[in-house]
Design a protein around this ligand. Structure first.
Ligand SMILES: [Zn+2]
Length: 186
């Protein structure tokens, strides 16, 4: 059984064995540590501590933003570069929905572990935004696969949707950030 300690100065929590002379996070003397009982059970914490959700959400967020930037670039580059951008955008667009699925799955698992249910106001908001993200990703894949879509009217719709999906991703990250410190006791 591990003995958790918390730094009174910065709130850093660690195992007693990890504390030497100073707090590893903020550097105050070790005497600033006090015993700490974690509000989440060890079993649930073990899964939460893998941080699968924050790690997996970075893939779709990065993909969405990359697609937006590439799609914007496509309006300004010469024909030769456009021919290279086309397959790149197609491949990224088709992969995107597949990256969203595990991200949503880990979000639901994380929410259940932290809060015991996923129907709280903020989690409902996150699920709704995730669904918009997923549906937009599927639409983007369909648009990208249409013939000669770059520089066509479809390209404008595509670029707008990549902006929508990027903003969705940013908003999801912001809500997720506010939830990081909240842990349902038990
Ligand atoms: Zn500290």
């Amino acid at each position: 059984m591990s003995n958790l300690m918390r730094c009174k100065a910065c709130g850093f929590v660690t195992d007693q064995g990890n504390i030497k002379d100073v707090c590893p996070a903020c550097g105050v003397p070790a005497k600033m540590f006090e015993p700490y009982t974690h509000p989440v059970s060890l079993k649930r914490r073990k899964i939460l501590d893998l941080h699968t959700h924050p790690v997996l959400v970075h893939f779709p967020q990065a993909f969405a933003l990359t697609l937006f930037l590439l799609s914007c670039c496509a309006f300004f580059v010469p024909q030769t570069l456009l021919a290279m951008l086309d397959p790149t955008i197609k491949v990224l667009s088709v992969l995107l929905p597949f990256f969203v699925i595990p991200a949503i799955a880990t979000g639901i698992l994380d929410g259940k572990l932290r809060f015991r249910k996923v129907t709280t106001p903020l989690l409902k908001k996150k699920i709704l935004l995730s669904l918009i993200f997923f549906i937009t990703a599927v639409v983007l894949a369909a648009l990208a696969l249409s013939e000669e879509f770059l520089m066509s009217p479809t390209h404008i719709i595509f670029t707008f949707l990549t902006l929508v999906i990027s903003l969705c991703g940013a908003l999801l990250g912001l809500i997720g950030g506010t939830l990081l410190d909240a842990k349902f006791p038990g």
